[in-house]
Design a protein around this ligand. Structure first.
Ligand SMILES: *Cc1c(COP(=O)(O)O)cnc(C)c1O
Length: 305
């Protein structure tokens, strides 16, 4: 505590400017739709959401079920943010599906990683008879880290086909990944992002749709510009807008809540422990993703003035 409240409006503008600049510097075959900024508000108070909404932000992301339920039904938000669109971006257990589908203004569930979960969402959403299908994304574990959720890259097409063929109340919007923190900070071209691009290619072929009809959700505070330059259409930015997160001290360990939190510390600890089946090497070998690799990355000189 003790740090003063961040100037959300100013920081939001700053991020939007950077999003737009990155979008302009995309290679021609990735130009087109403007990338969507999802403001990740987890652990932050409703008041900050209202503030961001009032200055024009519409898409918000949360990754804890209970927190999303509480914020989305908070009178402050219901009264002031009628057009807000919620993205659920956390681990979702099947027994919590009804809580999520009941969220007012739920726009998308980005983290579908099994047929069972897809079917549970489908059935739950169908019962609500909302008219339009619920948008979902298939989460892909591009980094192969055990502490990350998501299907293996090689399994993405099968799940996408399942959603199309067996889940009439769901609409597959695209693919989502978190990726490893290491890849995002050390590689010139993030292999996990390339992996998701490659996955989309395969999924689009399997579905018989155009690649650009499927969105890519990738990129967070520290790498969203790079993500956009490699084809992201949906970036999830939290701390750069709302300030660093402070988690309440956990009674015993930091482990329980950390599983779904893609922060550096949790990512680096368990990555190397390859248990049974944990050695399934990354399916995306990152050697022949020529299309993306050719995209020389402009080192954007970001002046914050
Ligand atoms: C918290 C979170 C983000 C945002 O992280 P920042 O580094 O604060 O931008 C993005 N995606 C997911 C899935 C998250 O849980």
């Amino acid at each position: 505590m003790g740090s003063k409240a961040p100037d959300i409006v100013r920081q939001l503008k700053f991020v939007i400017d950077r999003v737009n600049a990155a979008a302009r510097s995309r290679p021609p075959h990735l130009q087109g739709k403007e990338p969507r900024l999802v403001a990740v508000s987890k652990t932050k108070p409703s008041l900050m959401i209202v503030e961001a909404y009032t200055s024009g932000q519409r898409h918000f992301g949360e990754n804890y079920v209970q927190e999303l339920v509480e914020k989305s039904t908070d009178p402050q938000i219901l009264q002031n943010c009628a057009d807000l669109r919620w993205h659920f971006i956390g681990n979702l257990q099947k027994n919590k599906v009804n809580k999520i589908t009941g969220v007012p203004n739920l726009f998308m569930v980005e983290t579908v990683d099994s047929e069972k979960l897809a079917m549970a969402l489908n059935n739950s959403w169908g019962k609500l008879s909302r008219g339009e299908p619920l948008r979902i994304m298939v989460q892909v574990n591009t980094s192969g880290e055990e502490n990350k959720s998501g299907v293996k890259p090689s399994e993405a097409s099968a799940l996408a086909l399942f959603v199309r063929d067996k889940c009439p109340h769901l609409q597959l919007a695209g693919l989502m990944t978190i990726g490893s923190y290491e890849s995002s900070t050390t590689a010139t071209v993030n292999p996990d992002f390339q992996c998701l691009v490659q996955c989309r290619k395969e999924v689009a072929e399997a579905l018989g749709v155009a690649e650009l009809d499927l969105e890519l959700s990738m990129g967070m505070s520290h790498d969203f510009e790079h993500a956009i330059e490699t084809g992201s259409t949906n970036v999830r930015v939290g701390s750069t807008i709302f300030g660093a997160r402070q988690y309440p001290p956990k009674p015993d360990s930091a482990a329980s809540g950390a599983a779904s939190e893609p922060n550096p510390s949790s990512a680096s600890t368990s990555a190397s422990t390859a248990g049974p089946g944990g050695d399934s090497a990354k399916q995306c070998s990152s050697t022949d993703k020529v299309e993306v690799a050719e995209t020389e990355l402009h080192s954007l000189s970001l002046n914050s003035s």
